[in-house]
Design a binder for this molecule. Structure first.
Ligand code: ADP
Ligand code: ZN
Length: 613
C-alpha cells in the first residue's frame, strides 16, 4: 500500500491537502518534521499515514484525553489498529493495552505525556520497533506558549531512552517564532522538514471597523444578516449580558454564553444556538471549544481579543461549511488598554517571577501583533498569513482593506523625525529603547524616565509635540511594518534598519495609505503633514479623568460638566500636568476649581503616568 492508497482506503479522501504530502514524504524517509497548521487543518493525517505505512508502532503524544479518545475510536472504525493509554482507563484496561502492544498488535498508540516517564512504558518501548513519535500540540513544551506543560519536557529524555531514535514529528497551531524555536530545541529535532499550511480560509471575508456606537453598528450588521447564524464575541461577561439584552430588546433572536452561567443554562443556550432556535450567540471566549456548527455565517468581535491566535481561532468558527462568511472586528484604542488590564490580571502564579515577566513580554508582543492587525491598511488576510508564517500571493481583494480605497499621504518628514529620534537616543544612551519611550521623547512628555535619562536635552525632543499619541504610534507601526524600523524580539526595542538610511540621508520619499472614504463614517484621519491630526479615539487618560469627574460630581451631587467640561478634560489629558501651576495652564481650569479639584486630578494623572512608563 502507498500513501495514496492509504489515504483512500482508511480515510476516504482522494487528494492531500496542501502541505500534507510533503510532510508525509519527509516522515516516510525518516526525517524529523515540524508542521504548523491551524486546528482542523488536517494535522493528524500527516502522522497517521506514515504510521500505517511504516513497520512497527508509532507513538502519539497528546495532552488532551478527549481528543485522544475521539481519534482512536475514529481510527478503529476505519480499520486501523490503535489504542490509547491515559488516566481515564482502569488499571485492568491499561494492563491489557500493554500486553497487546508488546505483542505488536498496534500501529498507533496514543499516550499522555505523563506516561513517558514511567518505567513500564519505557520498558515496553525498548522492546518494540518505533519508527515514529508524533508530538501533538507541541507548543506545550514552550514556556512562552500559552499552555506550557512541564510533562512535555520529558519527551526528549524519552526519545533518548529508545534503542533507536525514531523520526520525530511535531505539530502545533501556534505561530510565534520563539515557540517554534523552543519546539525544535527542546525536542532536539534534527534538521526538521518545516511547513506552515492551512491557515488560509478563502471563503472568509475579513474586516475591521471602528464604530462610534458599537451597539448600533452591531444591530445594523445583524439586520443585514437576519436569519443567518452567527457569534458575537465580547471581552467580558458583563459585556455579554448587556449586548445580549440590547439585541433581544431590539428583536434579535440572541442568546448568551459565558463561564458565569450555570451549567444547565449554558447547555440550554448552546443547544438553542446549535439548533438555530436562536440565531445569534453572544459569548465570551469560553464559547466555542468543541463547537462544530458548520453554518456559522458571521463572527463579530465586539472587542479586540488579546492575540491574533485567539482571534483567528474564534473568527475561524465562521464558514466551516465553505460558504462565504464574514469575520468583523470592532476596534478602538481603548480596547488595547482593556486587553492590557486583562493580561495583567492573568498569569500562572506557579511560575517563578523571572519566567512570569518573560511570559508577560510575550503576551504583550502578541497583543501588539493583534493591534497591528486592527491598524494596518494592508490586506488583512495577508497580515494573518504573514503572522502565521504562511506564504501568500498579492493582496487578496476580498477583505475590508482591499475593498476600501486608500489615499497615499506623504509622511517623509514624520518618518525622518522618528528615525532620527531613534538614532539620537541610541547615541546618547548607548542602547536602543522601546516604542513608548521614543513616543515620550518625540511628543515632548516630561516623564520620570525621560528626565532620569536626560532625554529632554535631545534635539529631537518635542518634535511631535502637537501630534496626538495614537497618530504618532501609527506612523511608528507603519515604519516597522514597512521595514524601516525593526522591533528587537529580545528586548522589544526599536532599531533602525538599513532601509532607514535612504529616508534619512538619501532623499527617499515615503507615503502611507490612509483610508479615504469609509462607507460608515469611521475614524476621520487627516494626515496633512503638519496640520491638525486625527480626531483620536479617546485616550486612556481621558477616560480615567472622566471617571474621576463622574465620582466627584456624584459625591457633590452636581452634573458632571459643573466639575470640568469635556474640552477641559481633553486638554488636561493632552497636557498631563505634573504640578498645580501646570494644571492652571489647562484651558477651563481656574484657580477656584484648581483649589477644589486640582489635587484629585493631579493624583489621577500621576497614577496614570506610573502605569504607562
Ligand atoms: P487537526 O488535527 O489539524 O486539528 P484533523 O486532522 O482533525 O485536524 O483534520 C480536520 C478535518 O479535515 C477532518 O475532518 C479530516 O477528515 C479532514 N481532512 C484532513 N485531511 C484531509 C484531506 N486530505 N482531504 C479531505 N479532508 C481532510
Ligand atoms: Zn485583502
Amino acid at each position: 500500500m502507498d500513501k495514496y492508497e492509504a489515504l483512500k482506503h482508511y480515510f476516504g479522501h482522494t487528494s492531500f491537502r496542501q502541505g500534507q504530502e510533503a510532510l508525509i514524504d519527509a516522515l516516510l524517509s525518516g526525517r524529523d518534521a515540524l508542521g504548523v497548521m491551524p486546528t482542523g487543518g488536517g494535522k493528524s493525517l500527516c502522522y497517521q499515514i506514515p504510521a500505517l505505512l511504516l513497520p512497527g508502532m508509532t507513538v502519539v503524544i497528546s495532552p488532551l484525553i478527549s481528543l485522544m479518545q475521539d481519534q482512536v475510536s475514529a481510527l478503529k472504525k476505519a480499520g486501523v489498529r490503535a489504542a490509547y493509554l491515559n488516566s481515564a482507563l482502569t488499571p485492568d484496561q491499561i494492563g491489557r493495552v500493554y500486553t497487546l502492544a508488546a505483542a505488536g498488535a498496534y500501529q498507533l498508540l496514543y499516550v499522555a505525556p505523563e506516561r513517558l516517564g514511567t518505567w513500564e512504558f519505557q520498558k515496553l518501548c525498548r522492546t518494540l520497533a518505533i519508527p515514529l513519535v508524533a508530538v501533538d500540540e507541541a507548543h506545550c513544551i514552550s514556556q512562552w506558549g500559552q499552555d506550557f506543560r512541564p510533562s512535555y519536557l520529558q519527551i526528549s529524555d524519552f526519545l533518548a531512552s529508545l534503542p533507536r531514535r525514531p523520526a520525530v514529528a511535531a505539530f502545533t497551531a501556534t505561530a510565534t517564532a520563539e515557540v517554534q524555536q523552543d519546539i525544535i530545541r527542546l525536542l532536539a529535532l534534527e534538521d526538521p522538514f518545516y511547513t506552515v499550511t492551512g491557515f488560509d480560509r478563502p471563503n472568509l471575508f475579513f474586516d475591521v471597523q471602528t464604530p462610534k456606537r458599537r451597539n448600533e453598528t452591531l444591530l445594523a450588521l445583524l439586520e443585514d444578516r437576519r436569519g443567518k447564524s452567527g457569534i458575537v464575541y465580547c471581552a467580558t461577561r458583563a459585556k455579554v449580558e448587556r449586548v445580549c439584552q440590547f439585541l433581544c430588546d431590539a428583536g434579535i433572536a440572541a442568546t448568551r454564553y459565558h463561564a458565569g452561567l450555570s451549567e444547565s443554562e449554558r447547555k440550554a443556550n448552546q443547544d438553542d444556538f446549535q439548533f438555530d432556535r436562536c440565531t445569534v450567540m453572544v459569548a465570551t471566549n469560553a464559547f466555542g471549544m468543541g463547537i462544530d456548527k458548520s453554518n456559522v455565517s458571521f463572527v463579530i468581535h465586539y472587542n479586540m481579543p488579546k492575540s491574533l491566535e485567539a482571534y483567528y481561532q474564534e473568527a475561524g468558527r465562521a464558514g466551516r461549511d465553505g460558504e462565504p462568511a464574514d469575520c468583523i472586528l470592532f476596534f478602538s484604542g481603548g480596547d488595547v488598554s482593556t486587553a492590557k488590564i486583562l493580561l495583567e490580571s492573568g498569569g500562572n502564579p506557579n511560575l517563578p517571577e523571572a519566567v512570569l515577566a518573560q511570559v508577560h513580554q510575550q503576551d504583550l508582543a502578541r497583543l501588539e501583533a493583534m493591534t497591528g492587525y486592527c491598524r494596518t491598511s494592508g490586506c488583512l488576510r495577508n497580515y494573518i498569513l504573514d503572522y502565521f508564517g504562511q506564504t501568500h500571493g498579492d493582496a487578496c481583494g476580498h477583505c475590508g482593506n482591499c475593498r476600501n480605497t486608500f489615499i497615499q499621504v506623504d509622511i517623509t518628514t514624520e518618518a525622518q523625525m522618528i528615525l532620527s529620534c531613534v538614532i539620537r537616543v541610541r547615541e546618547k544612551l548607548g542602547y536602543y529603547v522601546g516604542k513608548s519611550l521614543i513616543l515620550q521623547v518625540l511628543r515632548g512628555s516630561m516623564t520620570k524616565r525621560v528626565e532620569e535619562l536626560g532625554l529632554e536635552r535631545l534635539s529631537t525632543y518635542g518634535l511631535m509635540r502637537k501630534i496626538k499619541e495614537p497618530q504618532a504610534r501609527l506612523w511608528i507601526d507603519y515604519l516597522v511594518q514597512e521595514g524601516y524600523l525593526r522591533v528587537n524580539p529580545l528586548h522589544a526595542t526599536l532599531e533602525p534598519t538599513q532601509a532607514a538610511g535612504a529616508v534619512l540621508f538619501r532623499g527617499q520619499q515615503l507615503t502611507m495609505p490612509v483610508r479615504s472614504a469609509p462607507e460608515t463614517p469611521r475614524e476621520k484621519v487627516r494626515t496633512a503633514p503638519d496640520g491638525p491630526v486625527s480626531e483620536a479615539p479617546d485616550g486612556e487618560l481621558f477616560a480615567a479623568l472622566k471617571a474621576l469627574r463622574f465620582r466627584l460630581a456624584r459625591d457633590e451631587n452636581v452634573p458632571a460638566y459643573i466639575v470640568f467640561s469635556n474640552a477641559t478634560l481633553r486638554d488636561m489629558a493632552e497636557k498631563a500636568p505634573r504640578t498645580m501651576a501646570d494644571l492652571l495652564e489647562v484651558s477651563g481650569v481656574g484657580s477656584r476649581k484648581a483649589a477644589r479639584y486640582g489635587a484629585a486630578f493631579l493624583e489621577e494623572i500621576a497614577r496614570h503616568r506610573g502605569k504607562t512608563e
